[in-house]
Design a protein around this ligand. Sequence first.
Ligand code: ASP
Length: 338
Amino acid sequence: MAIILRTIKKETLMTKLLPLVALIAASFSALAADFPLKDKPITLVVPFSAGGPTDRVARDLSEALRKQLGTSVVIENAAGAGSSIGAAKVARATPDGHTLLVNHIAMATMPALVRNLPFKVETDFEYLGIINDVPMTLIAKPSMPANNYKELATWIGQNKGKINLGNAGVGSASHLCGLLYQNAIETDMTTVPYKGTAPAITDLIGGQIDLLCDQTTNTTSQIEGKKVKAYAVTTTKRLTTPALKDLPTLAESGLKDFNVTIWHGVYAPKGTPADVLKKLNQAIKAALKDPEFIKKQEGLGAVVATDKRIEPAEHKKFVQSEIDKWGAVIKAAGSYAD
Ligand code: ASP
């Protein structure tokens, strides 16, 4: 009797479950075929303030993607906590390809710098490709008396204990660069966190903070307009961008091996259907070949990613190597990591 009952239950269960399974499968393939939905924009979540470097690349990308996908692509700034608020938002979003994250090197530095990170970089996201690489610059308030890096180093030596260094929160690119810099010159500074480097640069121009390390995509026009003073670039080679080509590298200024380049990538929530991811990846690849996108990015010192770097598997492998690399560097930087 028990066997018969169990068989009936199993059969009833199967007859009830099978159509449901078929329905779910059908709805996913319908989703992939219909993607992007006409009545739902694609939202690029930027985990920093509007007007900053991550916002800049996301806005340029949104325009190029709009042309590829034939749908509206909007920006949502979910700023704060060095990008972990915006990243957590995307990790929890509906995985339908309509909510994506644009974030930078913080995806690799947050695991080492942020306690109780509310997501796992390795397992809570689908990787859609690297977009670009961007150098950073060390800049100061316009009233800074130093006229070159050597004079800045002297000024720092004379003002120990009184220097304010801005950043975009723990785990951000400016935070990473700032802690490496403090470590290299063995000087503690008071770090002032903002929700992005757009508000930080406003305060730098106003003289509320003394120093900032930020991507060239945010600093080039301010350097050109002489709104801030610039002292060095963080890459191992000098840059070719006209407004930046005379800046020395930190490495040639005495900080041997100083080398920070910021990369940006695109992510979807884990569980986004494979077909949707494929469509998005193809659209990103095409968007990155858009001459207008390339012109805007290169004009600000950024290098647009090659097809190989836009491959999801390459992107994931690269992020893992960056997590390993920066985890060790941050540990070695010790107290400057606070
Ligand atoms: N450049 C910022 C950072 O330091 C982020 C931003 O505002 O885009 O991470």
